[in-house]
Design a protein around this ligand. Sequence first.
Ligand code: IPM
Ligand code: MN
Length: 363
Amino acid sequence: MANLKFTVLAGDGIGPEVMEEALRVLEKACGGHTLDYAKCDVGGAAIDSCGKALPQSTLDKCSEADAILFGSVGGPKWEHLPPNEQPERAALLPLRKIYKLFANIRPGLLYGELSAASPLKSERIPNGIDIVCIRELTGGIYFGDKSVENLPDGNVRASDTMTYRTDEIIRIADVAARTAMSRSKKLCSIDKANVLQTSVLWRKTVSEYISKNYPEIALTHLYVDNAAMQLARDPNQFDVFFTENMFGDILSDEMAVICGSLGMLCSASLGVSKNSLGFKFGLYEPAGGSAPDIAGKGVANPCAQILSAALMLRYSFGLDDVAKRIESAVRGAVCSGIRTADIAFGKAPVSTREMADAVIERL
Ligand code: IPM
Ligand code: MN
């Protein structure tokens, strides 16, 4: 019986309402274990309450915990702020950097029963989609040197720098390899080695590391432009793919749209440090945003938040069995036709609360 100590950062928009449902699901699923969590402000909510998207008090609570369950941040109310003070950038990027959350795992899962939710023709994905995107999250162009300079001729010049070191490449390759080993042992590394020096190093480092340490893995490489095309053409040709930070930002959104509703997609961002239980410290969040247009109406799909909580149980608390029970309860509810509006397709849509009730009933 473990003490599950995590920090709840519900954030803005639909964040608080879907978080509430995820916490109810956890209460039901984790019987026997103690849920030991603190709720803290983040994003726009924190800007409103204390003027900063990521207050020190929130960081202190996160540092005491073994994981962070994150909702979503941002919305029109804060869009007038300078870009580096906006909730998304001022809260999420520092959290990733501070806790060294270098590995972003996004399962691209679409149940066969929900094939109609995908913009791809159903005959291309008769059994849905089941792939995994792994994105390097603390390196590359996001965190390299930046500059803006006024030139004497009146032009302005800006620059962002993309840098990778072999140890950064190896640690993400290792997460990808272990994920591939737990599935079909097929792994695709995505880069732009025909143009970028960082990609030349990425490809060489990945090839050497995987062939030496995981000889049973079938490793392939794709250029990112081709990968974007292949993903739209036949997503299931991939099983696990992994790539650097910005390529992963773009490809994971492409994967999200191909997988139908954002309301179903969860993610885990894992760090280098171990938590007090000996597992990885991580941040778990839905792939969709704060959806301000439907916030407060009780119609948002809570499944992505619930599935993110399941990932937290798996990766930060070592409770794979409980995670699987939650995942199959969500699948059971959705596939028996209980659907929020985003995935209703002709079925009468249920509310956020009713969707979660259907999951809880199946636990
Ligand atoms: C994501 C988001 C973030 C990113 C933004 C909000 C900074 O798009 O998690 O994919 O670009 O990484
Ligand atoms: Mn993104």
